[in-house]
Ligand binder design. Structure first.
Ligand code: MSP
Length: 663
């Protein structure tokens, strides 16, 4: 370990291919990196957080061709989308690397020259099965019935002369290194996967592509007819961004490097990269942290299935912090997880609105009500107070340990146990009863509660920065972030020095699952005006996600122009078929004739039997962006009135021709 590195922390995400725009999978990894970087900053570490884009290789060239742009214009455009998405979801990376950066390209050349000079690169002929999606050759045993196990497509047989990296030279070293550094790759299942792979003889790695086949890449410094294989190029980003070999950042942060990836790219990171580093005479990274895959409604997320979940859609709809919390709480780091909007809404209501939201609002309200917002100093603590204090200190320890091990869901469970204890403490202490006869005890109890809330807010900051800052603001602590480090938490009773507290709207107003799941254009390209209104109303987006959105909100007119109204395609439809959707109590799948046949998902299973809907005439908004609900694509919305008792379909007064315009 380097001299300056003891209190330093370096975290990276994969650099994402620019052949697609950011989706929930990219967002998850990047949010994890942000959470862990914030945690280390909170713990007083000097932290460097790197993300970026991977811009060479066939895949990118193909995507550029499809979009009809030059490769350069295309990579600039998509890279910018990635770069601009991250701040919108409150990701604070220290640097954004692009593999088309000159500095990166120079570093790749330097490493190649070094490894070549050492004799670890040779020229040879090779024939192999190549998957363009993965940008790599597959051996027959790796293929699944002859197809790429990731893309399920047949690989191309390619035969050509190329340069090879003598990876086989490093096989024994790597096996030994993994054996003697037990958490080099974690969780353990992925370490075992790498070790299992290393049981077979390791083949040398083809690290070049002839320019005749692919010119978009970094030229080999020792043969201008070739460009560098995209993985050999991309992995080097982790050191080029630090200014390898002489940069101060490199010296400070490389000795404490940790990578985060998903299981799809375990082999390049668990095998190629350590061998490359060894060959170049560079120490290996400290930890490779590997997580599982987010699936959507039990299936793979893919463009062709039309179920790509975009992070911004969710952040707009539910609020950014709720989205970040959900991702980190619902996935067990290392295992796959199924994303459904239903589970997000459930977690929102139970953990955020109920447990956390109630604790904060009832406590703050009491301090305002009984003390005019000024927290009073405690008098003698009783056993119940000390128990809660001990529990809080224990949670800080557990949380710190879990965070360092990347078991984020456990860290959050520990925080929620404390929230539960605090809520129970309030129920048992009954401050509203104390207020009638025991002022001293009331002071101590409310002081104790606000102290717990302060601790909770600091522990939540890495996950939900805006929420934590809002709570701290309410507590009169101002925006703290790094100013209130973890170590400062073990000074019970400090909260009384600041204040006064102010009453504030609920942090997470309860969501109505029926409405949430049928509202909105999730999986859509465009956020509707209605979404913006909802977000504003609920204030949980006061952690605003984008400047554009803020602008729109300021302008929000309240009135709709005729022109806007005319953009809606509203028609009469006749319901032809109606069926329930397995797994959903609320949703029905309807086939509706609106001059053309449309499948529409409607949240009315509780109010209407399927058979009573057949041949009913309804009013349909026909030009809403399609949404996918419980795996069914819904193309339109059926209008209904709603009151406390139920939902009532809007029906034309007289039988009308399906497709008739509503004006
Ligand atoms: N460019 C390479 C990485 C080079 S790193 C030197 C690459 N890019 S990628 O755009 O395909 O990103 C893959 C990564 O995106 C995964 O390892 C993971 O971090 C994230 N995810 C993409 N889809 C995901 C899910 N469905 N679920 C979770 N994470 C996923 O590979």
């Amino acid at each position: 370990m380097g001299q300056n590195s003891q209190d330093s922390f370096y975290i990276t995400t994969p650099i994402y291919y620019v052949n697609a725009e950011p989706h929930i999978g990219h967002a998850y990894t990047t949010i994890v990196a942000d959470v862990i970087a914030r945690f280390y900053r909170l713990s007083g570490f000097e932290t460097f957080f790197l993300t970026g884009t991977d811009e060479h290789g066939n895949k990118v060239v193909e995507a550029a061709e499809k979009s009809g742009e030059t490769v350069k214009a295309y990579v600039d455009r998509i890279s910018k989308i990635f770069k601009e998405t991250w701040p919108k979801i409150n990701i604070k990376n220290d640097y954004f690397v692009r593999t088309t950066d000159k500095n990166h390209q120079d570093t790749v050349s330097k490493i190649l020259s070094k490894v070549y000079a050492k004799g670890d690169i040779y020229f040879s002929e090779y024939e192999g099965k190549y998957c363009i999606g993965c940008e790599r050759f597959y051996t027959d045993t790796e293929l699944l019935q002859g197809k790429c196990p990731i893309h399920l497509t047949e690989p191309k047989v390619i035969s050509e002369e190329n340069y090879f990296f003598r990876m086989s030279n490093y096989q024994e070293w790597l096996i030994d290194y993994i054996a003697t550094h037990s958490d080099f790759i974690r969780p353990e299942r992925y370490k075992n996967e790498v070790l299992a792979f290393l049981k077979e003889p390791l083949e040398d790695l083809c690290i070049s592509r002839p320019k005749t086949r692919l010119s978009w890449g970094i030229p080999l410094p020792f043969d201008d007819n070739y460009v560098t294989y995209v993985w050999f190029d991309a992995l080097i980003n982790y050191i080029s961004a630090l200014g390898y070999p002489d940069g101060d950042l490199f010296k400070k942060f490389w000795p404490v490097a940790q990578h985060i990836i998903a299981k799809d790219i375990l082999k390049p990171h668990g095998i190629f990269w350590p061998c490359m580093l060894k060959a170049a005479g560079i120490e290996p990274y400290q930890h490779l942290n590997v997580h599982g895959y987010w699936n959507i409604n039990m299936g793979k997320m893919s463009k062709s299935l039309g179920n790509i979940v975009k992070p911004m859609d969710l952040a707009y709809k539910y609020g950014l912090d709720a989205f970040r919390y959900f991702l980190l709480r619902d996935m067990v780091f290392g295992l796959d997880s199924d994303f459904t909007e239903e589970s997000l809404v459930k977690r929102f209501n139970s953990d955020l609105a109920n447990d956390l939201g109630n604790l904060i609002s009832r406590s703050m309200n009491m301090v305002v009500k009984y003390f005019d917002g000024k927290i009073q100093p405690p008098s003698a603590f009783k056993e119940e107070d000390i128990l809660l204090q001990d529990a809080s200190y224990k949670v800080i320890e557990e949380y710190t340990d879990m965070m360092k091990k990347f078991t984020f869901h456990k860290a959050l469970i520990a925080v929620w146990e404390l929230i539960g204890k605090a809520n129970k403490y309030i129920d048992t202490m009954k401050p509203w009863v104390l207020a009638t006869h025991d002022q001293e005890r009331l002071n101590t109890v409310l002081n104790t509660i606000t102290e717990v809330i302060k601790i909770v807010s600091v522990l939540l900051w890495p996950f939900m920065p805006h929420t934590a800052e809002k709570i701290q603001h309410q507590l009169g602590l101002g925006i703290v972030g790094v100013k209130l480090p973890l170590t400062s938490l073990k000074k019970w009773g400090e909260t009384q020095k600041v204040g006064p507290l102010s009453k504030a709207p609920p942090l997470f107003p309860r969501l109505d699952p029926d409405r949430e799941l049928t509202r909105t254009a999730l999986y859509s390209k465009k956020i509707t005006e209605q979404d913006l209104k909802e977000s504003k109303k609920n204030d949980f987006l006061s952690d605003r996600v984008s400047p554009e959105m803020e602008e729109k909100m300021k302008e929000e007119p309240g009135l709709v122009s005729l022109e806007d109204f005319q953009r809606l395609d509203i028609r009469v439809g006749t319901i032809k078929e109606a069926e329930t959707i397995p797994g959903s109590k609320k949703l029905l799948k309807l086939v509706v004739d609106i001059g053309e046949t449309r499948t529409i998902v409607a949240g009315m299973a509780v109010y209407y039997q399927t058979n009573e809907l057949i041949n009913k005439q309804v009013i349909v908004i026909a030009n809403l962006v399609p949404v996918t609900l419980m795996g069914v694509e819904s193309k339109g919305m059926i209008l209904a009135a709603e009151d406390k008792k139920g939902v009532y379909l809007l029906i034309p007064d007289k039988e009308s021709k399906p497709g008739s315009k509503v004006r």
